[in-house]
Design a protein around this ligand. Structure first.
Ligand code: UD1
Length: 418
């Protein structure tokens, strides 16, 4: 078993280049299924979830090869439309392959996406949208069997702006006859990136980043080279690390425009954050201040994925901060681990109240989920003594190399085999 050993209590100083976005590259890899030709993704993060997507692509008959941080995928040889249960269980976002495979092959078969890391995470909006486009979907014994004579473009109104459902329907819409209009679509930057990729391949996707996304179907998609957007949640994690431990850092490629809600909260806590064309700097001196209630919401609201790392950054703040988690019901699993480090946090359903304490201390803790695990590292950088963070498989799903990046930022972090 591997652990991160973090010796905290000293300010950060350093620079890092932000990795490509996990939540952007996963749907783009699913979109590559639609393209008959070579797709090269640059700034492609080497993550466990990306490796899982590569395995899915290979299972479908596509080729995939790395060259440094560039991943080239060729779906010309696609010859299967079934994704094995084991791969579906590996990560939730495997479900986005459904829309793409259905659009390319007219049928798709896969297990139900696995994992109950942060809540129940239903896929009803994905399925009802695909059904509205003409797909017949049977749910049998934990498997989904989908077929369609043809997908038809139409208007789909999502009852909630689900990121995954918006992506799934955009991909299915590329293979549908006529135009698909997705209303109440998610507006996350990753949706804009997916649309950017599809359009670079020759698709006609309009409105991404707004609540109405229109896709003209049946365009021929050809290969392209596309840079994956920088990961805004990794960037938020490192800003929170600086807010937690203090110090001065620079995040190359980070975009403040993607991070407005998190940056506003960190500024309110007393951090000095500035951005230029190349990235974002953060200077954190003195003690953090508690901030106004942090309510997670779909973009451009405060991201649920940054809730845990901001909480970790405010554990020693002057005053109490209230968090309200509105997206996922089990997103405070890191709280028990933070308490081991001396944090004072009370949870009442979807609300968590963080009372600032004067000191945190090192402890043996375990990652409970991806972003919860990152929060433990953010807190550990500010804790006196040594923190041992176990269960790193969660962190490896979303951070290319958290040890490397935190070390480049001046943290005392080593990865050991136990
Ligand atoms: C994506 C992100 C995840 C992030 C989340 C919210 C990826 C790979 N993951 O997840 O990191 O935390 O957006 O920003 O991009 N819902 C339904 N029915 C559905 C689909 C969703 O009720 O069919 C609900 C969910 O339970 C949740 C809310 O809608 O309460 C938002 O979920 P959604 O936007 O779909 O999140 P994901 O795409 O799974």
């Amino acid at each position: 078993m591997e652990e991160l050993v973090i010796r905290g209590g000293r300010p950060l100083k350093g620079e890092v280049t932000v990795q490509g976005a996990k939540n952007s590259v996963l749907p783009i890899l699913a979109a590559a299924v639609l393209v008959k030709g070579e797709v090269t993704l640059t700034r492609c993060p080497r993550l466990r979830d990306v490796e899982t997507s590569i395995q899915i692509l290979r299972e479908l008959g596509c080729s995939a090869a790395w060259d440094g941080d560039a991943l080239t995928v060729d779906a010309s040889g696609l010859c299967a439309c079934a994704i094995s249960d084991a791969l579906m269980r590996e990560m939730r976002s495997s479900v986005v392959f459904l829309g793409a495979v259905l659009a390319r092959c007219g049928e798709a078969e896969c297990g139900m996406p696995g994992g109950c890391e942060i809540g129940s995470r239903p896929i009803d909006l994905h399925l009802s949208g695909l059904r509205a486009m003409g797909a017949e979907i049977r749910e049998e014994g934990g498997a989904l069997r989908c077929g369609c004579r043809r997908l038809r473009g139409r208007e789909i109104v999502l009852s909630a702006p689900s990121v995954g459902a918006t992506e799934n329907l955009m991909l299915a819409a590329c293979g549908a006859d006529g135009a698909t209009v997705i209303s109440n679509a998610a507006r996350e930057p990753e949706i804009v990136d997916l649309a950017g990729f599809l359009n670079a391949c020759g698709a006609d996707v309009r409105g991404a980043g707004n609540s109405t996304v229109t896709v003209a179907g049946k365009r021929v998609l050809r290969g392209c080279t596309y840079p994956v957007m920088p990961d805004r949640i990794a960037a938020a994690t490192y800003l929170c690390a600086a807010a937690s431990a203090g110090g001065e850092i620079y995040l190359r490629d980070a975009k403040e425009g993607h991070l407005r809600a998190a940056v506003a909260a960190l500024r309110e806590s007393g951090c000095q954050i500035a951005s230029d064309a190349g990235g974002i700097s953060c200077r954190a001196t003195g003690q953090r201040k508690a901030v106004a209630p942090v309510r997670t919401a779909p973009y451009p609201g405060f991201p649920t994925d940054a809730q845990s790392v901001l909480m970790a950054a405010l554990l020693r703040a002057d005053g109490a901060t209230v968090f309200e988690e509105n997206l996922f019901e089990s997103r405070y699993r890191h709280v028990g681990e933070l308490r081991r480090m001396g944090a004072d946090i009370r949870v009442f359903g979807r609300v968590a109240v963080v009372n600032g304490v004067s000191d945190l201390h090192g402890a043996a803790v375990e990652c409970t989920d991806l972003r919860g695990g990152a929060a433990l590292c953010v807190a550990a950088l500010a804790a006196e003594g040594e923190t041992r963070v176990g269960c790193l498989r969660h962190i490896d799903r979303g951070y290319e190399d958290l040890r490397r990046d935190l070390s480049l930022l001046g943290g005392d972090v080593v990865r050991v085999n136990t």
